[in-house]
Design a protein around this ligand. Structure first.
Ligand SMILES: Cc1cc2nc3c(=O)[nH]c(=O)nc-3n(C[C@H](O)[C@H](O)[C@H](O)COP(=O)(O)OP(=O)(O)OC[C@H]3O[C@@H](n4cnc5c(N)ncnc54)[C@H](O)[C@@H]3O)c2cc1C
Ligand code: FES
Length: 256
């Protein structure tokens, strides 16, 4: 159930110059979270950051009442959240949005770029519990932007592409050899920059592979009230915060 809850900063761990894991703890029980859900985080000690910031839930530890987020710095809010002292109170609204669907697939491909890797630890864990074979493919400009591979490795095979060739295959994710036999997968899940998601969705469509995308549109309220996050779908405009963030690529009225 959606809830506004007080947490405190437990710790954060910087992974490279712009990305870090932020772990929060609470005195209260953690609400059940599904892969793909996000939180709206009120950035503390930042009077110039008015709105809550939407961030995917990277990991959850119900026993120890912990929530972890993977955050990439793009502006004031994401920078500030990486500078908070342990013990700083932080208020979040969660779990928000829908989640990825898992319907008896046998072999799936998960593609992530940038902060788009964030929803995929929870998804990888759920797929593993269901004995679904999982391949992760991460794309970035360079090796130092590919992070947390040892975490994803626990849940499946990890592949990478980098634009400068410093790790994995050189090029874009769609140039990875795994795409030469894409019909071997019965589903693709993707979260990342729009051009990456559109390119993958196009190939998935051409090969009749089911494809779910998680959109990261700009948001304000996070609860369907302000309409600032709408995306065009085949059945009209939909709010990414409440109808998404996960959509089947066939639903999206993308120009691809
Ligand atoms: C459902 C959802 C889940 C998300 N999950 C994560 C996550 O797990 N980890 C993570 O690091 N980020 C995630 N994001 C993106 C994150 O919300 C934004 O990066 C953040 O709100 C920016 O806040 P800021 O104050 O740092 O930047 P601002 O100062 O608000 O903006 C700085 C710059 O970033 C641009 N920007 C702001 N928000 C977005 C956005 N959503 N997409 C593209 N550009 C943007 C602005 O146009 C501006 O140029 C998610 C977004 C959504 C909608
Ligand atoms: S963010 Fe307000 S309606 Fe989606």
């Amino acid at each position: 159930m959606k809830k506004i809850q007080d947490f405190k900063v437990k710790e954060y761990r910087w992974l490279n110059e712009t990305g870090y894991l932020l772990t929060l703890y609470s005195d209260q029980t953690i609400e059940p979270v599904s892969p793909g859900n996000f939180a709206e985080i009120k950035v503390p000690d930042a009077p110039d950051v008015f709105l809550r910031r939407p961030i995917s839930i990277f990991d959850v530890d119900y026993e120890n009442r912990l929530l972890t987020f993977y955050i990439k710095v793009v502006g004031k809010g994401t920078k500030k959240m990486g500078e908070l002292n342990p013990g700083t109170p932080i208020n979040i609204m969660y779990p928000l949005g829908n989640s990825f669907t898992v319907n008896g697939e046998k072999n799936v491909l998960i593609i992530g770029g940038g902060s788009g890797i964030a929803p995929f630890i929870l998804l990888g864990r759920e797929l593993q519990k269901k004995n679904i074979s999982t391949t992760f493919l991460f794309g970035a400009r360079s090796k130092n932007e590919i992070v947390l591979t040892e975490e994803f490795d626990k849940y499946g095979r990890v592949l990478a592409t980098t634009e400068d060739g410093s790790m994995g295959e050189k090029g874009l994710v769609t140039q990875h050899p795994v795409f030469s036999d894409i019909s071997g997968f019965d589903k693709i899940y993707i979260c990342g920059p729009d051009p990456m998601m559109k390119a993958v969705a196009k190939i998935a469509g051409e090969h009749q592979v089911d494809c779910e995308v998680s959109l990261e549109n700009m948001m304000a309220c996070g609860i369907g009230a302000c309409l600032c996050c709408v995306t065009k779908t085949t059945s009209g405009n939909k709010c990414v915060c409440t109808d998404g963030p996960v959509f089947n690529s066939k639903e999206l009225a993308w120009q691809i």
